[in-house]
Design a protein around this ligand. Structure first.
Ligand code: SF4
Ligand code: SF4
Length: 199
């Protein structure tokens, strides 16, 4: 058997990916691919990803950037005649590929997801100012200054409208029980690591 094909990949997805047990229910009607506003621009729209999983194309699926492009618009979910939770499966596959270290490098939505998570995990609430700066400066200082200058009118408008608080640079808001929040994240990581070791 070619290394590119893994006969048990469907079973692996069923066991390891959130909502992965639904993939076998796909009847390849193509409604999701036709409903996805962005699918035609991806290497593999959802219908194709599900077909590739069943065909055992493990590397091709897990290294794909298609799952990272899903905007969670839920168009596909409301139209799927088999009621597959397509959006959740796409995010579950992206998450699984990330856990295995197989997700594509420098993929913009993956970079945003990582910045967002690291930001949120500090205090339990997103610090919009630090998140925006993190995005602007992700490609270095010079590019960051250019990005910030290009967006300054938007930023100032948000400050005026009280949607952005400059003081958040020095701390910002968070959940009341930060200790409990971090304990919850630690527990979730332990569970995730157990699953990773099982993979
Ligand atoms: S709409 Fe549902 S059944 Fe049809 S191809 Fe997409 S996932 Fe499969
Ligand atoms: S939820 Fe994701 S996969 Fe479904 S239609 Fe929207 S962008 Fe496409």
């Amino acid at each position: 058997m070619s290394e590119k094909y893994h006969n048990n990949f469907l079973k692996e997805v069923e066991e390891m990916v959130e909502e992965g047990e639904w993939v076998k229910m796909c009847m390849q009607c193509g409604v999701c691919a036709g409903s996805c506003p962005l699918g035609p621009h991806w290497a593999h729209p959802p219908q194709e990803i599900f077909m590739m999983i069943r065909a055992g194309k493990r590397e091709e699926v897990l290294r794909s950037d298609s799952m990272w492009m899903c905007t969670s618009c839920y168009n596909c979910v409301v139209r799927c005649p088999r009621k597959l939770p397509i959006t959740h499966i796409m995010h579950g596959l992206a998450n699984y590929a990330h856990r295995l270290g197989l997700s594509p490098k420098n993929q913009p939505t993956q970079q945003f997801a990582t910045l967002f998570w690291n930001n949120l995990a500090q205090t339990g609430r997103v610090n919009e100012l630090k998140l925006s700066l993190g995005i602007y400066f992700k490609d270095g200082f010079a590019q960051g200054v250019k990005n910030a200058m290009a967006m300054q009118s938007v930023g100032l408008g948000m400050v005026k409208a009280k949607r952005l608080n400059p003081m958040e640079l020095f701390g910002g808001h968070g959940v009341k029980d930060k200790t409990g929040f971090h304990a919850m994240l630690k527990k979730a990581k332990e569970i995730e690591d157990r699953r990773k070791n099982f993979a």
